[in-house]
Design a protein around this ligand. Structure first.
Ligand SMILES: Cc1cc2nc3c(=O)[nH]c(=O)nc-3n(C[C@H](O)[C@H](O)[C@H](O)COP(=O)(O)OP(=O)(O)OC[C@H]3O[C@@H](n4cnc5c(N)ncnc54)[C@H](O)[C@@H]3O)c2cc1C
Length: 217
């Protein structure tokens, strides 16, 4: 059931100069990992979609946000303080794991930037999931929450630094590696990355009905 209302900001955690986590009162909101909420400041009609970063068993809601400097909402949310009120609407969307495959499926998660958020929720909710994440970032400090993932399951694909796990874009990683044909692939982040990554995996023989995407912008 969807709910709309005011939720208190419990805490704001800065991860980098531009990226932060908002920890928000949950107030009993039921959701499935992968879904998003609409979020804005109280008394501000502007709201934006944000994937839920926390797990379904957490007492609170968390979202992972990157400030878009010329944007209207993300920069204001960054300036909030504990105790401020937020307008929350949700849960929304259908991006989520195939429930029949959670216990025995092989999952590939491909994210750019904060597109890692729904996968963080899925993994936190299902700790025994058989997954691999390809995280497209520019620099190593953008590997948000990397301690949440098993080291061998999380590949930082950095386009501007050579010290991460892989130097290049997620699409370069996909080109240079093989994937089992029964892999269930999930993509989240910017449209260009998603389109290119999906095309590459399809060409590598992964059926179209195993490719699922959530486009942020
Ligand atoms: C289903 C869904 C879930 C989303 N979940 C998240 C999330 O978990 N975390 C998150 O940070 N964002 C997420 N977004 C993007 C978010 O909704 C906003 O678009 C973003 O925060 C910018 O809002 P703004 O009001 O600050 O900028 P706006 O004034 O709305 O936009 C300014 C410009 O920035 C572009 N833009 C949007 N996002 C980015 C970005 N990350 N990097 C560079 N340019 C961008 C827009 O296309 C636009 O051209 C999600 C979007 C969708 C559709």
């Amino acid at each position: 059931m969807q709910i709309t209302g005011l939720h208190k900001l419990i805490e704001i955690k800065d991860l980098t100069e531009s990226t932060y986590i908002l920890k928000i009162e949950r107030k009993g909101m039921e959701f499935e990992a992968g879904q998003h909420i609409l979020l804005g400041r109280a008394n501000d009609p502007d709201q934006r979609e944000y994937s839920i970063y926390s797990g379904v068993n957490d007492e609170y809601l968390e979202v992972l946000i990157k400030e878009v400097t010329d944007g209207s909402v993300s920069k204001h949310l960054k300036n909030l303080a504990s105790g401020d009120m937020l307008n929350v609407e949700g849960p929304l969307g259908f991006f989520g794991l195939n429930k029949n495959k959670i216990s025995n499926g092989k999952f590939l998660f491909v994210a750019s930037g904060t597109g890692i958020a729904p996968f963080h929720s899925m993994i936190r909710t299902n700790p025994n999931l058989n997954y691999k994440i390809l995280h497209g970032i520019r620099t190593c400090d953008e590997a948000y929450g990397m301690e949440s993932y098993e080291k061998e399951r999380y590949v930082r694909c950095a386009s501007r630094e050579t010290e991460c796990d892989f130097t290049g874009r997620v699409t370069d990683y996909i080109k240079q590696n093989t994937f089992d044909k029964d892999t269930l692939c999930y993509f989240c982040g910017n449209f260009k990355m998603i389109k290119e990554a999906m095309d590459l995996l399809e060409k590598k023989g992964i059926p179209g009905n195993q490719l699922h995407a959530e486009v942020y912008f």
